[in-house]
Each structure stands twice: as C-alpha cells, then as structure tokens.
Design a protein around this ligand. Structure first.
Ligand SMILES: [Zn+2]
Length: 501
C-alpha cells in the first residue's frame, strides 16, 4: 500500500519514513530514493497537488522556503573488523583483543536487519566489532584516521547510528498566492513532465520534499524497486550488451539495493541515494526497452547465500581472467561466494600470487574478458623515473625509486601490500586501490613491474578491483549464449538466484 493512502497525516508518519521499512503495491516493494536537491526558495512546477499535514491542496506550482530547521542527530561507532558467520562464536574474544589493541571498550554490533517480503524472508545483517562509545562526526573522523594508520590491513569504517530526526517548517506559497506552513515534509503529486520530461514517470509515484541543512529541499521519490532498476541499468552496462548479460547485471543491482536497505542514509527518509555511493540512477530521458526487458525477465530475483542472506554483489569492468577474494581487496570478512574464480571454462593450475605463474598468465590470452573491445584485458603502462618519483612523493619522499616489492598478492595476482624502496627510505602501501591511486590510477594492481633504462614498465591485467562479476567477462559469456544464471553462478559461486517477489 502506498504511503499516501496509508497515512491520514503524512507529517505524523515522519518516523515511519525514517525507518528501513518500506511499502508494497501489487506485491512489489516500493523504496524511497533521493533524487535531487533544491535550493531554498526554488519554484517547483508541473504539479497537480501537494499534501501538507492532513490536507491535500491543489496547485500548479509552489515555492518553498524552510524555517525552524533542527538537524537530525547522528552519532558514529568505529567498526574495527567485520566478522564472518563462522567467526560469530568467538566474538567475545575478538572484541577483547580489539579492546587491548585500541584502548577502547568494544562489542559486537549487528548492522542491517531481517526483512519480510511477501512470503520470503531476507537477511542483510553483517556483524562488526565496534567501539561501545558513540562519537560526534568530527571525533569519529579523527579516530578513523588514527586507527586506519595503526591497522592498515583492516577495513576500519564508521557506522552511523540515528538518534533523532531532523525537524523543520516548510513554508509553501502556491501559484495562486496562498501560503501554508507544513511540518517536516510535504508530499507532491506530480503532473506529466514533473521531473524527467517523460510522461509515464509522473504516474502513481509519490514525491516527498524534506529539508536538510542550509534550508535545502531534498526531493525523494517513492517508487518500485523494479522501476528504479530501469534507471540504474543504463549507468552500469552498455545497451549493446547481450540481453542475458543485462539480466545478470539487473539481478546484481537488485541484490545490491536489498543489501543496502536500512544501512545507508540512516538519518534520512530515503533508503538509497542516486549517486555512486549507493548506485547511480539516471533520471533524465527515456529508458531503452532492452533495459526494461532485462529487469522484467528477472523480476524480484536476488542472490542469496545460505538460504536467506542477501549477498554482496560487487562487479568491476574486467578481471583479466581471474577474480579476487573480497578479503584481499577490502580487508572485510571472508565471503565464501566472493572468492577468486577462474574466468574460463577450464581452470588453470597456476598460483597467481607467485610472480613466475603470474608472468605465464600475463603472456596468455586466457579469460572470458579477452574481447576485442576490452583494451584492459592485458595492458602495459610506462612511467619515466622522474614521473614515478613525483607520484610517490605525494605520500612520502623516498628519494629515487629503486625497487617495487609485492609483499602480498591475492589469488588473482592483485597486490594488496606493496613496498616502494627508494634511495632515501621506503614506503609500504596497503590496499589495491591505494596502490593504484598512488600510481596515477593504474588499471589494476595485478601487475609485474620492471625498469628498463630510465623507464618503469608495468605489465598487468584487468581494470578494477576484480571482486565479483567481471562485466567484460559477462558480456563475453552472453555472446557465447550463456544465460544470466550461468553468468551469475560463475562470478558469485555458492549463491542461489531466488525470486523473493
Ligand atoms: Zn548513498
């Protein structure tokens, strides 16, 4: 049931909108997505009416301004380590260990929830060892920096905890000159052309306008997960990709939405934003029917692990022929369905964490992502000595680079701990992304480097972190006539594709 039909007075249901709960219509979940921000005083056009408190007011356009704004109170726990399911038994010992290491009291924290969706139950909980104490934002940031420095091989993050809602008055002036004062939010009923210029997109959706800091108004749409997916797919995959590849991408993107529910944007009334932080949503323009078909043919299907656990479903452009263990990339807990796989029908007897084997592999054309269109399946990048010294200097002045040591490589050959040895000192860098960034956003950290005269030569494979689905590999499998479930099983082994609605 839609919120407008459910609630007599929308402002009283502000609390509901702050929860991870969502509504249903025709058995399909409707979630709230942040669309865009309006500056204080913006005129909003192409509307039919709006709801303020318990009354619905007809208007063609409105101008809003915000007063009496009090921000939401959010505090943060510092999370030191994610625990895998099989580590939960020993959480007390792990917590004790972190207390000793950090000098802070720590405990286990459950992030996420169990959701009922029609007759299915899905569980997106993850478990962390966290600080018992809650911190203000600035203090949390300071602690994050400190502990990330101290424990570079752990994924140390802050987990927001919502303490109280924001509050405000929205002053609305309609096109016929009348003024209204509304508490916390208004509900907008749009007319065709309201947002995307596409007529159909204004029908049957709810739009909320709610203020945030600096008096801005945040436009939030409540729409079905399926409709949102139509607008996520074009940002994630080429239209020219085979339909089965697009279907695999649709399931991965849908899984990601349910993975994030209730964990992101906890102090706001939207479940997800439309930026890369959650998933990029393209609001403008008409969506090609092929994207709509890919979503329709996989309606309600998500990747679950162990029956009810929503999987994490990361993807990257190209793995280079071998994907990586999640733990080696983000220092998270181990996920049995996100361990490195050979991206070919015949697994190889090579250990890519060993340089000799990696060298053989780099010389081969193995891998589903070995497509003509993929310029990053194998690659070569050169840096003059001066250039690389300058890049490294942004982190530390080690003098002239003499040697690059790969201290730890994952199963795909991606380096996640590297030492750069210079004439003055050396620098150890953790994390494949940090290594790539330092090297001028190198395509991946699955490389071998050597020096030829005054030039450093990097030869490597793939583009991106290498965890989960390789999009180029998925295109290749689609072209070979493999269906979407084959593609998903390749990259997320041990998960099941389950239709939850
Ligand atoms: Zn977000």
């Amino acid at each position: 049931m839609l919120v407008s039909a459910l609630f007599a007075d929308i402002s009283k249901e502000f609390d509901f909108l702050h929860s991870a709960s969502f509504s249903f219509k025709n058995n399909i979940p409707y979630i709230r997505v942040h669309v865009k921000s309006y500056e204080n005083g913006t005129k909003i056009e192409n509307i039919r009416s709006f709801e303020c408190g318990n009354s619905e007011i007809n208007a063609k356009s409105l101008i809003f301004s915000v007063s009496n704004f009090t921000p939401a109170v959010v505090k943060y726990r510092i999370a030191f380590q994610e625990l895998a399911q099989n580590e939960l038994k020993s959480h007390a010992e792990k917590s004790k260990l972190w207390s000793i290491k950090t000098g802070m009291e720590t405990e286990i924290f459950v992030h996420g929830a169990i959701f009922s969706i029609n007759k299915s139950t899905i569980d997106n909980r993850e478990y962390f060892i966290v600080s018992k104490e809650l911190f203000e934002k600035s203090k949390a940031e300071e602690l994050l920096n400190k502990f990330r420095e101290l424990f570079p091989d752990y994924s140390i993050v802050s987990i927001p905890v919502h303490e109280s809602n924001a509050g405000s008055v929205i002053n609305v002036k309609t096109d016929d000159g009348k003024n209204y004062k509304c508490q916390n939010l208004i509900l907008i009923h749009p007319k065709p052309g309201f947002m995307t210029g596409e007529d159909s997109y204004s029908d049957g959706r709810n739009y909320f306008l709610t203020p945030t800091e600096k008096g801005r108004g945040e436009l939030v749409i409540e729409d079905s997960v399926e409709n949102i997916l139509h607008r996520i797919l074009p940002g994630e995959m080429f239209l020219s990709a085979p339909l089965e590849t697009l279907k695999a991408q649709a399931v991965a993107a849908r899984t990601d939405i349910f993975m994030q529910l209730g964990k992101r944007h906890v102090s706001e009334i939207w479940h997800i934003c439309s930026e890369v932080h959650c998933q990029k949503v393209i609001w403008d323009g008409k969506i090609d029917s092929k994207f709509v078909q890919a979503v329709k043919e996989t309606e309600g299907q998500v990747l679950l692990f162990n029956g009810t656990h929503v999987a994490r479903a990361p993807y990257c452009s190209s793995s280079g022929g071998r994907t990586e263990d999640i733990r080696n990339v983000w220092f998270t807990a181990e996920k049995p369905y996100l361990t490195g796989v050979w991206d070919g029908d015949e697994p190889l007897q090579l250990d890519l964490s060993k340089e000799a084997d990696l060298q053989k592999f780099l010389a081969s054309d193995y891998g589903e992502d070995n497509l003509k269109m993929n310029k990053r399946h194998r690659w070569k990048v050169e840096f003059p000595q001066e250039k690389i010294d300058e890049l490294l200097k942004s982190r530390k002045n080690i003098g002239k680079l003499k040697e690059i040591r790969s201290l730890q490589r994952g199963v795909s050959g991606r380096i996640y701990k590297a030492e750069f040895v210079g004439t003055l000192s050396s620098l150890v860098v953790y994390g494949e992304l940090n290594i790539r960034r330092l090297l001028d956003n190198l395509y991946s950290s699955a490389f071998l480097a050597h020096k030829d005269g005054d030039i450093w030569i990097f030869e490597g494979m793939g583009w991106g972190h290498g965890v989960g689905m390789s999009q180029m590999g998925a295109i290749s499998l689609g072209k070979k006539g493999r269906d979407f479930s084959f593609i998903l099983k390749r990259y997320y082994p041990k998960t099941d594709i389950i239709k939850i609605y």
